[in-house]
Design a protein around this ligand. Structure first.
Ligand code: ATP
Ligand code: MG
Length: 324
């Protein structure tokens, strides 16, 4: 991993990140600042969630990373190489699924993949059919593979796009909203596929506007809002930066809330059969003891881990809505 890249040009300097951007900025012709000074570092071997609400600049960033559009300023390196200058050497090593995969509607799903595969000069034609069959199988499209792509549902098209990114083993997969349009079962399948690919050593960079999706599959995440990076890091670190909540499950919510306030706990919130508050600095056992002594029937007690959503709300002081 830490080999000097000068001696082995194909090798990635992992310290630098599989993807690294510095001040990456895109201002569209109409003046829209879609991506604003982005410094992103994606560690090798991570499943990296690129999180942000609609219009926050995720797809624009991905298009710059893949060399589809030029940045207005700043730099992007993918697999250690500058983009878009190194598209021809970098792209064959990257599997990508970008918003609205290009498909030939008059061809079947299978024929779309055969055609896609034959456009890859490094792909051996003798093993083409087997490669396509394996990719169809991985995304659960085998049964529908003879159907014309124009008759595919959104979720089926998304699966076909994903299959095209999986034809070859890649060092990096870049997936723009890979579960978009899928039903819950399909989402679960794609998530487990992503975990499987990651365990084979592939770095996966995926965008999503679904917090719990990122929490379920990603080791690392970056949060975008209005073209700017709000934070990035490991998912555990991000959530750990936010304190969890103390909770008491009890039928005696009124008494429980009073005791917690008397103990000096902040932000006591009462719900049905449940009281929560900011975790105390004192021993948890003391809090429990005070509750029991006061005659509160404690059925559940503890500190809940903060979720990524809590972290996001804490960081932005707002919910997860689309900015104008
Ligand atoms: N070709 C373009 N010309 C002008 N503005 C654009 C263009 N493409 C995107 N934008 C604007 O840039 C901003 C970021 O768009 P982008 O598609 O990158 O967001 P996103 O995070 O991918 O959103 P979503 O979750 O909806 O896919 C938006 O305000 C969008 O309107
Ligand atoms: Mg997008």
């Amino acid at each position: 991993m830490g080999e000097p890249s000068a001696e082995v040009p194909e090798q990635v300097d992992a310290g630098d990140g599989i993807i690294a951007t510095r001040g990456l900025t895109k201002r569209f012709r109409g003046g829209q600042l879609a991506v604003d000074g982005l410094d992103l570092t994606v560690p090798a071997g991570s499943v990296f969630g690129f999180l942000g609400p609609n219009g926050s600049g995720k797809t624009t960033t991905i298009r710059m990373l893949m060399g589809l559009i030029e940045p207005s300023s700043g730099t992007a390196r993918v697999l250690g190489r500058p983009m878009p200058r190194s598209v021809r050497t970098v792209l064959p090593r990257v599997g990508a699924l970008i918003e609205g995969p290009a498909l030939y509607g008059f061809l079947s799903g299978r024929d779309n993949l055969l055609r896609y595969d034959s456009a890859d000069p490094t792909a051996d034609p003798r093993t083409r059919r087997a490669r396509v069959a394996a990719a169809l199988d991985r995304v659960g499209l085998t049964a529908a593979s003879g159907k014309k792509a124009k008759a595919y549902s959104l979720g089926m098209k998304q699966r076909l796009g994903l299959a095209s990114a999986l034809l070859q083993p890649r060092e990096l997969l870049v997936l723009d909203e890979p579960t978009n349009g899928l039903d819950p079962q399909g989402m679960r399948e794609i998530r487990s596929l992503i975990r499987e690919l990651a365990s084979d050593g592939t770095t996966v960079f995926l965008s999503s506007h679904l917090l719990d999706e990122i929490e379920q599959v990603c080791t690392h995440a970056a949060v975008m809002a209005q073209g700017r990076l709000i934070t990035q890091g490991s998912v555990t670190e991000l959530a750990a930066g936010t304190r969890g909540r103390l909770f008491v499950t009890t039928p005696d919510v009124g008494d429980a809330a009073r005791v917690l306030k008397e103990l000096g706990l902040a932000d006591v919130v009462v719900a049905e059969e449940r009281v929560t508050a900011e975790p105390p600095d004192r021993e948890l056992a003391e809090v429990n003891e005070a509750l029991v002594t006061a005659g509160v029937r404690v059925r559940g007690f503890g500190v809940e881990r903060a979720s990524l959503e809590d972290a996001f709300v804490a960081l932005t002081g707002e919910g997860f809505d689309v900015a104008g």
